[in-house]
Design a protein around this ligand. Sequence first.
Ligand code: ADP
Ligand code: ADP
Length: 225
Amino acid sequence: MAQVSLKQVRKAYGGTVAVHGVDLEIGDGEFVVFLGPSGCGKSTTLRMIAGLEEITSGTIEIGGRDVTRLEPKDRNIAMVFQNYALYPHKTIYENLAFGLRMRKMDRDEIDRRVKAASVMLGLDPYLERKPKQLSGGQMQRVALGRALVRNPQVFLLDEPLSNLDAKLRVRMREEIARLHQEVGTSMVYVTHDQVEAMTLANRIVIMKDGHVQQVGAPLEVYDRP
Ligand code: ADP
Ligand code: ADP
């Protein structure tokens, strides 16, 4: 069964159609990258999958269940944003734990998950620091960690590396690839960067003007990187 399934998904803002009837099936463990220029509808599509944006028409299912019928707390998805969205006054530990505390998860289980995620992301030396004491790459790791502790069925990543400098972008790209291999969860990733798409994706979805223009493995979509 597809982990995420989009059927004729369409989004209009008033008279402007941002996404025209997207059909796509994302398999369990698959890494799918939406690639295209700014304004082509990638982020709107991702936000509809996340339940952050109403779907004008069509349906989106996650794990076989219609997202519009799922309570936010029952949506087992986690999204990583470009701007990290960390709480500035909380420690890194508390930033990682916060979403789980809101869900009233058991303290020991929270602690176990926070420790496991911080080891996986190399954040264990920084758990008592505040976000402003971290570098951009470390903050991006915290943002990934906050998604990871939720044990999501699906990770959604919206241009997660675009605030990093070129060198760090390459390093974090490798780290995201490694994370995907380790957790084996479906990932849906939005970018305008062709190299990111080529190196991370199992499948690339090229969007243009709100339409899916092409879908294929990296080497089917581009004959050379
Ligand atoms: P991308 O992520 O590919 O840059 P978006 O999904 O953000 O593109 O935007 C697709 C189109 O929808 C653009 O034309 C954008 O201006 C429009 N759009 C996005 N969000 C809104 C909004 N809240 N209100 C009106 N138009 C929007
Ligand atoms: P908070 O967002 O305040 O940390 P919760 O984790 O309980 O508290 O989340 C509140 C709402 O925000 C829920 O609908 C949840 O699904 C959503 N949410 C929280 N964190 C994320 C995330 N990383 N990705 C996607 N949705 C999230």
